[in-house]
Design a protein around this ligand. Structure first.
Ligand code: NAP
Length: 311
């Protein structure tokens, strides 16, 4: 990728897309465009995509737009997650075939679409290797379709597509809604509310399950590196390679928020999967310097940027 190449980030207003856009600028890329619904663009409208690609002729496309949410949003809106996420990538590939056949596309799946049960850590060969988790089936089928579509358009039409599988992300611009957000975003918001409004801190389950959390800027670095250096139809994980128990995340947050109030656990709520750790052997073989920051450091940055507070 040359510094003056035309780069489009679909989803540039989102958490990961925003991080990719900022990192591209920091790395000296000058020609970045981020079409979004706020300025009349819509990936659910194929003629808008056709018009855009015809006019812009991007050479590199980061496709990180999507309908994204935590377990509650995924579970209660399964049909929306299926419909929107499937259409966006299929319309884009179909349009690229006609109007930007020479562009390189990076598409993001997600490690949460791997089957429900997996040997740990989860390697790329677990894709489509077993029954899916019921609570995010719509999202998983859509993302799985997107990945396979990237491979099929590559094989049949020669489109230069790659697909990455990021783990759970957090970072500036995260969704902090307690109902629709992911675990880390919701946890940050709960601590923030407890500190600023004195609300009670209650977490679901036993706190024992182990989860991974990758800072969005580190994921963005990996996405850009893969765009620059990876060329294969095989998916590739982007994770930290290590995890913490939910209780450990909460201990780190307590320290960063300087919170000494009480915390209770609603053990009537389910724990979910005990462990979900990503195998990043393949990523490290391509990007040996990849070294994502520790959660404590990432959390401090998020608080400074999104909450204007260091606590
Ligand atoms: N968050 C995670 O933990 C996580 C983990 C693994 C993988 N991923 C994947 O990473 C990608 C980015 O996730 P994120 O958390 O950054 O999502 P996000 O913050 O919710 O951002 C979603 C982006 O998609 C755009 N978008 C949604 N519908 C659109 C439409 N119809 N037309 C055009 N743009 C549309 C939104 O733009 P508007 O400004 O127009 O709303 C926004 O920029 C997704 O593919 C997601 O599946 C995320």
């Amino acid at each position: 990728m040359q510094k003056d190449n035309k780069i489009t980030v679909f989803g540039g207003t989102g958490m990961l897309g925003g991080a990719i856009t900022r990192q591209l600028s920091r790395n000296g890329y000058k020609n970045i465009s981020t079409p979004s619904r706020a300025n009349g663009f819509d990936l659910l409208n194929k003629s808008k995509i056709d018009e855009y690609l015809k006019a812009e002729k991007p050479e590199y496309i980061f496709m990180v737009a999507g309908l994204v949410g935590g377990i509650q949003a995924n579970n209660s809106r399964q049909a929306d997650f299926l419909y929107q996420n499937t259409l966006m990538i299929l319309y884009l590939l179909e349009s690229m075939k006609q109007f930007a056949p020479g562009a390189k596309l990076l598409y993001t799946g997600s490690t949460c679409i791997y089957p429900k049960e997996n040997p740990q850590p989860i390697s790329e060969n677990r894709f489509m290797a077993g029954p899916l988790e019921e609570t995010n089936k719509g999202y998983a089928v859509a993302k799985g379709t997107g990945i396979i579509a990237c491979q099929l358009y590559r094989n049949q039409y020669g489109l230069n597509t790659i697909a990455a599988m990021p783990t759970n992300l957090y970072g500036p611009g995260d969704n902090y809604d307690l109902d629709s957000g992911h675990f880390i975003g919701a946890m940050i918001k709960k601590f923030h509310n407890a500190k600023t409004k004195g609300t009670e801190l209650v977490f679901w389950g036993s706190g024992k399950p182990r989860r991974e959390a990758l800072y969005s800027e580190d994921c963005a670095d990996a996405c850009i590196y893969l765009m620059e250096n990876y060329n294969s139809s095989e998916i590739i994980n982007i994770g930290t390679g290590y995890d913490h128990s939910i209780k450990e995340y909460i201990e780190i947050a307590k320290k960063v928020f300087d919170y000494d109030g009480s915390i209770s656990w609603d053990t009537t709520k389910p724990d979910g999967m005990f462990e979900k750790r990503t195998d990043i052997t393949k990523l490290k073989s391509i990007m040996p310097d990849f070294s994502p920051r520790h959660f404590e450091e990432g959390l401090k940055e998020v608080l400074n940027i999104d909450f204007n507070s260091a606590y």
